[in-house]
Write a protein that binds this ligand. Structure first.
Ligand SMILES: C[S@@+](CC[C@H](N)C(=O)[O-])C[C@H]1O[C@@H](n2cnc3c(N)ncnc32)[C@H](O)[C@@H]1O
Length: 351
């Protein structure tokens, strides 16, 4: 870990209270550079780890971003842009556009991206038809008409990567956006198909599409993160995320019998229950210790690759195979760590 960031806990408490306020739209809460510095060193880092998880999955699935103009809408401190650049590099980016209703945020994000990628053209403003649209953690602050407007922007973009907290509300809103656009845009992730979302089946009303991103393990022993967890009453181990990736270009091919695991499996003594999604819908499946002892042990240890290939009979999982990918599942963990480290090395103190 780097030297401890200096943050104003008072400012972070005020921001946290604003984020927890029910009922959008929220009034602009960025009051000073101190707010942005503190947010970027804490909340935004956690959001960056979620982006690492999503972007790594995209790479693993064989997706690459369209070249051209990238727009980070509701950019805040620009963590989504920086995570994107850390993963895919600036090579495909002609211009990075940063947009936020807050002028303070726009200026801060631009400065931070520029410090890290000095050769990249970074503009503040909106672009009508972005080649790539990045959206991160804005839903809680937008009214239904604002979400509708944003959906029109998604419809005009070539591709969109949209990352939100893994809450019931955020997930259901992303699903509604997906339902509106899936006839005209390809669905790349988290879904492995373009059919109607299985979560919308009446029997799945209690479920939502969410996943868990890993945090860098070193934060659990880091005094700064310990204080952050204590002050903000946040569980550092849990990084629930919902996301949606849409693309005008065809989605990468999906291997046969591929499934996407939703949420966390529930592990009991003789078996585990796993909620999973494929083109046939969202259902709970049973993996027994007797039939699949290794897979069961992995689940028991809390390890579950969200992408897998299964042989099934009814609700019973007969065989589990790894999802083929470009970098391999070990590469996944390494790349997550390196992207997070790369960002940490360019923290507020290092500008
Ligand atoms: C929780 S922050 C997320 C910032 C950043 N995207 C991230 O993931 O860290 C939400 C951002 O959305 C911006 N925002 C809220 N309503 C907006 C609107 N109507 N138009 C543009 N930006 C908006 C806020 O100013 C804030 O910077």
């Amino acid at each position: 870990m780097n030297q401890l960031p200096e943050v104003s806990w008072k400012s972070l408490h005020r921001l946290r209270a604003a984020f927890l306020q029910p009922g959008p739209p929220l009034p602009d809460y960025w009051e000073s550079e101190t707010d942005l510095e503190g947010y970027d060193a804490t909340f935004a880092q956690r959001i960056g780890w979620k982006w690492d998880y999503v972007l790594e999955e995209l790479r693993r699935r064989g997706w690459s971003p369209p070249a051209g103009q990238v727009l980070d809408w509701g950019c805040g401190t620009g963590i989504a842009s920086r995570a994107f650049l850390d993963h895919f590099g600036p090579g495909s980016v002609q211009v990075l556009w940063l947009w936020d209703r807050s002028g303070l945020a726009r200026a801060y994000a631009r400065r931070r991206v520029h410090a890290k990628y000095p050769g990249l053209e970074v503009q503040v403003g909106l672009v009508e038809r972005p080649d790539l649209l990045l959206i991160s953690h804005v839903l809680g602050e937008l009214s239904p008409p604002q979400i509708e407007q944003l959906t029109h922007l998604v419809a005009r973009a070539t591709a969109t990567v949209w990352v939100e907290p893994g809450t019931y509300e955020a997930s259901l809103t992303l699903i509604a956006v997906r339902e509106k656009l899936r006839a005209t845009l390809h669905v790349v992730a988290p879904c492995l198909h373009r059919e109607r979302c299985g979560i919308l089946a009446p029997e799945n009303e209690r479920h939502w599409c969410h996943h868990f991103a890993p945090s860098p393990p070193e934060i659990y022993t880091d005094p700064f993160w310990g204080r952050f967890a204590h002050e903000m009453n946040i569980d550092l181990r849990s990084l629930p995320v919902s996301f949606l990736v849409l693309d005008r270009r065809p989605a990468p091919a999906v291997p046969p019998n591929a499934v996407r695991v939703i949420g966390r499996p529930r592990v009991y003594k003789p078996h585990a229950l796993i909620l999973a999604c494929d083109a046939s819908g969202v259902r709970e499946y049973r993996l027994t210790r007797r039939r699949l002892p290794d897979a069961y042990q992995r689940l028991k240890k809390g390890s579950c690759d969200p992408l897998q290939q299964w042989q099934r009979e009814g609700d019973e999982i007969l065989e589990v195979r790894p999802f083929p990918d470009n970098v391999g599942s070990e590469g996944l963990a390494c790349s997550n760590a390196s992207a997070a480290e790369a960002r940490a090395n360019c923290g507020p103190g290092s500008d």
